[in-house]
Design a protein around this ligand. Structure first.
Ligand SMILES: Nc1ncnc2c1ncn2[C@@H]1O[C@H](COP(=O)(O)OP(=O)(O)OP(=O)(O)O)[C@@H](O)[C@H]1O
Length: 226
């Protein structure tokens, strides 16, 4: 149990509009700490729906979700929000950076919200993250003046600012070319291997998935391969 990052047991989810639709069916799996995992499956198989539940944002499901030994099923929204801030970093296909703000400000923002460190500490950590992602010379540029690949790396630096134990990505390389995809993949690999961070990435990219530690594949809402 000690080394489990995430555990899902008998997860079922239904959508009720326009009619009842059993979208996730009896899904159970464990993810070890430091594992780099791909979540794959055809369009409509339920990947984003599952990731949304794993991220604790969607609480309308049956079954149980445990992250880092804390059972999250049934917890109140404010408790879940606090848990997310502390434990989970998110990287999306479209990075939702604040376009007029500098790369540095964008990276600092989630830590400022957490109010756990001083401004100086946060800035230092944000700069260290930008450096890790090869962006130290871009720190003061507004986000909308960076290339797509640079923006995605800023989004990763931001996702890491509160030192999450789990990083969840919904097609984190979905709008990147192969060179930037490789860069992002290598960063995730390094985070998993060197920092023991757990990575769960929804991907349509077969090469990306093939190089992960493990692939979870969904088909019509069922886990067919793990
Ligand atoms: N709010 C909703 N209400 C009803 N049905 C929904 C809702 N959200 C998603 N669905 C349906 O649930 C199924 C799974 O959707 P989901 O977005 O999880 O698929 P996905 O595997 O992430 O697909 P893609 O690869 O295209 O992003 C789809 O058939 C979708 O139409």
């Amino acid at each position: 149990m000690e080394n489990l990052a995430l555990s899902v047991k008998e997860l079922n989810k239904y959508f009720y509009d326009p009619q009842t639709f059993h979208v996730l069916k009896d899904i159970s799996f464990d993810i070890k700490k430091g594992e780099f995992l791909a979540l794959t499956g055809k369009s409509g198989s339920g990947k984003s729906t599952l990731l949304y539940i794993l991220s604790t944002m969607d609480t309308a499901y049956e079954g149980s979700l445990t992250i880092n030994g804390t059972t999250l099923t049934g917890k109140a929204q404010n408790e879940l929000a606090a848990f997310r801030n502390e434990h989970i970093g998110f990287v999306f296909q479209f990075h939702y950076l604040l376009p007029e703000f500098s790369a540095l400000d964008n990276v600092m923002l989630p830590a400022l919200k957490l109010e756990k460190k001083t401004m100086e500490e946060i800035e230092e950590k944000a700069m260290a993250n930008l450096k890790l992602l090869g962006l130290e010379d871009q720190a003061l540029k507004p986000a909308n003046k960076l290339s797509g690949g640079q923006q995605q790396r800023v989004a990763i630096a931001r996702a890491l600012i509160n030192e999450p134990t789990i990083i969840m990505g919904d097609e984190p390389t979905g709008n990147l070319d192969s060179k930037n995809t490789q860069i992002v993949f290598d960063i995730f690999r390094e985070l998993a291997v060197e920092r023991g961070q757990t990575i769960i990435a929804v991907t349509h990219d077969d090469d990306f998935a093939a190089n992960c530690d493990r692939v979870l594949e969904l088909m019509d809402g069922k886990l067919i391969h793990q």
